[in-house]
Design a protein around this ligand. Sequence first.
Ligand code: ZN
Length: 494
Amino acid sequence: MEPGLPVHHSRKYCLSVGLVLLVVSVLIPTLTSKADTTDAAASLLSLVRVDVSGPITDIPLPIHSDLVDGQGIPYVLAIASAEQLQRCGCAYTVLDTAPAGTRYLLAASRDPRERREAGTVANVLYDDGFRIIVRSAPDLTAALSRLGLSPRPLSPVPLPFASPPAPARAAPGIAPNPRIQAMLDKVTEKSLSDSISGLSGLTEVVVGGEAYTITTRNTASGVPIEKATQYVYEQLNALGLTASYHSWSSTAYAGRNVIGELPGVSKPSEVILLVAHLDSINDRTDDPTDPAPGADDDGSGCAALLMAATILKDYRFERTIRFVFTTGEENGLLGSAVYAKKLKDEGQNVLDVVNLDMVAYSTQASPIQNLHTRIPQNPGYQADLAIATLFVEVVNTYGLSESLVPVILKESNDQGDQYSFWENDFPSIMVIEDDNNFNPNYHCKSNMDDLQYLNMAYEAAHTKASLGTVAHLAGLVNNTPTPAGSYLLLLQDQ
Ligand SMILES: [Zn+2]
């Protein structure tokens, strides 16, 4: 989806940020609103920005999002009463004051012109240099999308921060596993490119026994997204995985995610998720049925998942692996938000989430790729970093370092489905191409987002690194490859 802003702090820059924060915190009390103590004000809540200087759990306010602004400064959005703000003893900036229950949208764009144009469809409460904040209203998500912004709803409930930091299971210095090497060797550029070709409508696919061309995977496209989700379901089913749909709905959109499950043999309740979004979007048109090939965004991630599922199904793992294809991502991370909340509500033990979103565009000789974690001040950061560290070790251990140069960014990037998992406190990373060599055809802004512009060696390296990461996370059981059907017998034995 949309890249975060590159944040590469030098020591000097950190110092200057510290000075700015000091000055801002001195000035801010004069900017904040005076508490209103009348009864009418009792049901009013303020949306405030609080800059982050230490652990965000030290901020005594209900935190609804942690973010990094356009200048690279981490902050949180909190929703609080006048009394809570008075008691908090922290520097804050009031962005809005409204009745309890007021919903907000965040909409990101690196283009200041697009953020300014948002003012033509909504009252912009705040622009942080990367994203704007507006009060939610019917049809506003679609209107902001049409202007080229990437909207998402602000969580109506505070972030949980419930679980203790996950143990760093990904111990440094993994040993190369020849059987995992054999898995990686099965990844081919041809198979990946065939897969992207079908998903992006360059070639026909077979859905429900009939040939079909997927011209768009826009969540609001009707038949096309129905066929695309059915296609993925049938692919997963044909591999012998347990395929299922997860239907979701929000105010303005509805859809279904597709999930394929490979049950773990000894710790089946411990779950590893490999995620990509199946839906696509074309910013140049208002008609959701117009072509939106989405070859890179995110056909590339979906093809990697299908390839990984095809290879991993022949092995047994301690933990359960789920391949999750979401929809509604381009309309505000909608499908993943409902799915992640469902996992949280059900108390599912999701240990790690790896989200692949745009992994096939690079024009660099040594292709950089970004691994996104939450900000270090978030208590979940260490768990995200453990996944990202393992990913880097897989790249180094399995000879992928000439094809991928990983760079870890710690920005709580809210422009991909990993954010939905972070909102529910699940350790997660986003794997994405380099922010500074970003696909110009993203959302069809320049050319259509077609296969011809992709770097398939880069796509294959991403697929191998992700597959290897998941194999290490899930715990390969020391056994020879078995057909997927054998899992049932093995499960009954244990
Ligand atoms: Zn995307």
